[in-house]
Design a protein around this ligand. Structure first.
Ligand SMILES: [Zn+2]
Length: 139
């Protein structure tokens, strides 16, 4: 039985593959990350050598591609979900406040306080509800 390794995806940095390895292992994919060590030691080399290349057995390409695609989509969604930019201000998700209008608990974002507002003791936080677009000030 012979099978060769096929490159199915390239990653630029080591942190991008966090969470992917256990996923591949749980599906019994035979994989190898080419140049992982090199990029880990010197991330600046990544571009020149074509990044960290995920290689799998040729007979597992389709299955592995599906796993990687799902992994990338979930990751992008999780990143999108946890922070938003609103009117050029940075908001991040909080579960410490409920929306006053729609009662949503899991779509509430809190504004990142600027250095100045911290300095001048502005104690109030600005909240934003992604579900109903309500904004309010709170503790
Ligand atoms: Zn709301």
């Amino acid at each position: 039985m012979s099978s060769r390794l096929v490159t199915i995806h390239q990653f630029s940095y080591q942190h991008e593959i966090i969470g992917l390895i256990p996923l591949l292992e749980s599906h019994n994919i035979n994989f190898h990350f080419a140049d992982l060590e090199t990029v880990t030691i010197d991330p600046l080399l990544s571009q020149a050598i074509g990044g960290i290349r995920l290689q799998v057995n040729s007979n597992q390409v389709n299955e592995a591609r599906e796993i990687v695609d799902e992994f990338l989509i979930n990751k992008a969604e999780a990143e999108l979900e946890s922070e938003i930019i609103l009117n050029n201000e940075f908001y991040y998700k909080t579960d410490e406040e409920k929306c006053k209008t729609c009662n949503s608990e899991d779509k509430v974002y809190i504004k990142q306080k600027s250095f100045l507002s911290k300095l001048f003791g502005n104690k109030q936080h600005n909240y934003y509800c992604k579900k109903c677009a309500n904004t309010w000030k709170g503790k």
